[in-house]
Ligand binder design. Structure first.
Ligand code: SAM
Length: 435
């Protein structure tokens, strides 16, 4: 039986944008039924709109190695998997991959690596430097976020010096017993070292942290509770929550048996509900959705709370250069190109955003949270998103494209004179508006 008074109370609290405690979130996740679901969807969509408006930030993952010393039963890169060919990018291939991404219009990459014993942190930092230094007539990569195995504080300091954006690490599961069962060997089998990784990254001065759970390993209700507890601990000690939460769902990965039949299958409907509950529970934290999910579901989730998506992704090292590359970490379900995703977003009234300004202007960590929580961030974000979209249109779209019309209509609707003239400048050739 649903406690209607409690439900009303929780939803009112969420509507105030003050976030929800673990108990309230657990209650909502347990109380799932059609009526509750619709009320949560309405609220999630309202909150999403209020805080993030129509902007959707785009990025592409860039895998640099699939050699791994861990045996994680769900991951295609695990050490004992003989069904994939191992690869580590060298500088030449890295450059070619980055060039392909730049030429598609990508401005933000997520550098991803398996826990490769022969890929030192110094080497990773060299790669990051190379990514930032590559420039051509189509621009450059302006933000490199990183998803690599947990590091020591000293190593995190090196990552910070390489000017990364967000450091991402997913705990995978908050069930310690299951964690042990699914991470058979290698450094990743140390639950505590992974759990404390966001804290060490913060100690090292990296203030944008991305967290997440790999949904499908354990009961999602306890996983979300575990994630929120982790966040609470972080806030208590460091005064700041995660910049983003990712919601990866376990997908088929060749040679990783656990992925063939996930221990906790989460159907699409409950997955959408889960994301909506997260949206209302942590309103100021970005939610990231990857191409693990298919197109229709991604479209739906954008309305329910997701604020960042990847597009045109490959999950194999060298996969942009060699399209036939099939040594993936997991199967991608949305195979549209970046341009197709941009078109689909614009058609649905969203602003495809390539903006990276916050990070370069020092609006990170606590400063970002402060600007976000009283809505001031919107002032920067709306304009910058439109300008970055204009930059994309100027570089990658011909004069008659419907994308131009969408852009012009969006600018008109905003009724912002300053923005109007800046967009005009960008469309007429002034590039690199954020550098
Ligand atoms: N070595 C890094 C680490 O230890 O965090 C990177 C891990 S992996 C390249 C990035 C994320 O992909 C993992 O943290 C996990 O959540 C997710 N992942 C692994 N196997 C997956 C699968 N079969 N389906 C969907 N996501 C998966």
């Amino acid at each position: 039986m649903i406690d209607v008074i409690r439900l009303k109370d929780i939803l009112e609290k969420a509507e105030d944008l003050s976030g929800l405690c673990i108990e309230d979130v657990t209650y909502l996740l347990t109380a799932f039924n059609e009526e509750v679901r619709e009320r949560v969807y309405d609220l999630a969509s309202k909150i999403k709109n209020k805080i993030y408006g129509k902007r959707i930030v785009l990025f592409a993952p860039l895998y640099i190695s699939n050699f791994c010393q861990n045996v994680c039963l769900y991951c295609g890169f695990h050490k004992s998997n003989v069904e994939i060919t191992r690869k580590r990018l060298d500088h030449d291939i890295l450059k070619k991959e980055v060039e392909i991404l730049i030429n598609q219009g990508v401005k933000r990459v997520l550098l991803v690596a398996s826990e490769d014993p022969d890929l030192s942190i110094d080497r990773i930092c060299e790669f990051i430097n190379s990514i930032y230094s590559l420039k051509n007539h189509n621009g450059s990569i302006r933000r490199v976020n990183v998803n690599i195995a947990p590091l020591s504080i000293e190593e995190f300091k090196k990552l910070k010096s390489a000017k990364i954006g967000t450091y991402q690490v997913f705990q995978e599961t908050y069930n310690i017993e299951k964690y042990k069962k699914y991470h058979l060997s290698g450094p990743k089998s140390d639950y505590k070292f992974r759990y404390e990784a966001p804290f060490r990254a913060l100690e090292a001065g990296i203030d944008d942290i991305g967290m997440g759970v790999l949904f499908g390993l354990d009961n999602p209700i306890s996983e979300v509770a575990g994630l929120l507890k982790h966040i609470d601990e972080m806030k208590k000690v460091y005064g700041v929550g995660p910049h983003t939460i990712s919601v990866p769902r376990l997908k088929f990965a060749k040679g990783a048996k656990l992925s063939y039949n996930p221990p906790y299958k989460i159907d699409d409907e409950y997955f959408c509900y889960l994301v909506s509950v997260l949206r209302i529970a942590v309103p100021y934290t970005g939610i990231i959705l990857s191409t693990r999910e298919p197109r229709d579901l991604r479209d739906k989730l954008i309305n329910l709370g997701v604020s960042q998506i990847s597009a045109g992704s490959s999950t194999s090292p060298g996969g942009y250069l060699n399209k036939d590359e099939k040594d993936e970490q997991f199967t991608v379900s949305d195979n549209r190109s970046l341009n197709e995703v941009v078109q689909s977003l614009a058609r649905s009234g969203y602003i495809p955003s390539f903006c990276t300004a916050c990070y370069r202007k020092g609006r990170t960590g606590e400063i970002f949270m402060e600007l976000a929580s009283d809505g001031r961030i919107k002032k920067f974000c709306d304009r910058n998103a439109i300008l970055s979209f204009a930059e994309y249109v100027a570089s990658f779209v011909d004069n008659n494209s419907e994308l131009r019309d969408f852009l012009e209509r969006m600018v008109l609707d905003m009724g912002d004179e300053y923005l109007n003239s800046r967009v005009f400048e960008v469309l007429n050739g002034q590039k690199d508006v954020f550098i």
